[in-house]
Design a binder for this molecule. Structure first.
Ligand SMILES: Cc1cc2nc3c(=O)[nH]c(=O)nc-3n(C[C@H](O)[C@H](O)[C@H](O)COP(=O)(O)OP(=O)(O)OC[C@H]3O[C@@H](n4cnc5c(N)ncnc54)[C@H](O)[C@@H]3O)c2cc1C
Length: 328
């Protein structure tokens, strides 16, 4: 049957199915009861066994994986995004604060980025701007060269199995379906405490009275302008007055950003990271909130970038290079 004809035939059949039906599908054990879908019992294959399983491959997960692998442990590193680095890369936060006095892996990473032109030559001071693509490649290289880290990208941790107080397995979902992994030690580097929560640990979230957490922010990259042209509006180390001047530019464009301290951070002479927006009163563990915050943020960033461009002058060739995949 042709794909088009298949859809023609199957859509009315699905649309006509009652959601009150007890048997959703005759050929499975799934059923609906009291507004809940009761899933059939599953047998999930155990795909591997590791000394250490690390959930989340942001800065914490990657550095844990490399350190442990260098000590001889076998590692499984599970990451839902398509790259290593978390907020550093998928989040476009290409600007490390207070990097100079840090030792260990951070010093190794910044040293290699400097050597490999992963950062502008003229950077200075407390802040370390870096090239996101160089960072992605470097983190992959550092993990792979240990020969002991199995990386799973595009793979989400969805469950944890416990025997008494110890986690024994995790379950992941990906294009390979549901898979189980056995480990000796598990490290939660999800940034959100997903592993701990799935394992049944108690947690507190947000303000004790309101339950509210920090607002969402989406980072983005802009270009088409140079540091010389927009220097008064670019954040430079401790000087925060650039943010006030930038806010005045938005006002001149008739715009009122959701963040009152918008920032532009120089990455290269013609590439800048920007933090232009906040979305308040949304929950980071509600998928509808995360989705609406993501769409609203992207819309606002586009409006703000177009607004700056509309006032001309140094902004006349401004354009939006990318918005972050991962909102924080
Ligand atoms: C807009 C913004 C600005 C920030 N500014 C600063 C700053 O100036 N200085 C600073 O120190 N920090 C800043 N932070 C905080 C920054 O996020 C952290 O310092 C840093 O990213 C923490 O690293 P991490 O590895 O713990 O978490 P993350 O970078 O969040 O990495 C967690 C990783 O786990 C993955 N993950 C999550 N859940 C799952 C799951 N269920 N299955 C599989 N993978 C999963 C995520 O995709 C991600 O890759 C900022 C954050 C944001 C969002």
């Amino acid at each position: 049957m042709k794909r088009r004809n298949f859809f023609k035939l199957s859509i009315p059949a699905v649309a006509g199915m009652s959601i009150h039906s007890c048997q959703v599908n005759d050929s499975s054990d799934h059923r609906v009861e009291d507004g809940k879908l009761i899933e059939k019992a599953r047998q999930t294959e155990i795909k591997g066994r590791y000394d250490i399983i690390i959930c989340g491959a942001g800065p914490a997960g990657v550095c844990s994986a490399i350190s442990a692998a260098r000590s001889g442990a076998s590692i499984l590193l599970v990451e839902v995004n398509g790259c290593l680095g978390g907020v550093w890369t998928a989040g476009l936060l290409s600007w490390i604060l207070d990097w100079e006095d840090k030792e260990g892996l951070l010093a190794e990473i910044t040293g290699k980025l400097i050597k490999d032109s992963g950062t502008p030559e003229n950077y200075q001071g407390r802040n370390f701007p870096f090239d996101v693509e160089k960072m992605k490649a470097l983190l992959e290289e550092l993990c792979l060269e240990t020969g002991r880290i199995d990386i799973l990208l595009h793979t989400r941790l969805v469950d944890a199995v416990r025997r008494e107080k110890d986690i024994t397995h995790i379950i992941t979902e990906s294009k390979s379906g549901r898979e189980a992994w056995e480990g000796e030690i598990f490290i939660d580097c999800s940034g959100d405490g997903d592993l701990a929560a799935l394992a049944g640990c108690e947690f507190e979230m947000g303000d004790p009275e309101t339950g509210l957490t920090q607002p969402f922010s989406m980072l983005a990259m802009i270009s088409g302008v140079t540091l010389n042209e927009i220097e008064p509006f670019v954040r430079n180390n401790n000087d925060m007055s650039s943010k006030k001047r930038l806010l005045e530019q938005f006002t001149e464009a008739g715009l009122n950003p959701s963040i009152k301290t918008p920032g532009i951070y120089p990455i290269r002479n013609d590439l800048f990271m920007v933090m232009f927006n906040h979305v308040y009163e949304k929950s980071g563990i509600d998928t509808r909130d995360v989705t609406s915050a993501t769409i609203r943020s992207r819309q606002e960033i586009n409006v703000l970038v177009n607004g700056l461009k509309s006032i001309g002058g140094p902004w006349k060739n401004l354009y939006l290079v990318a918005t972050a995949e991962h909102i924080g």
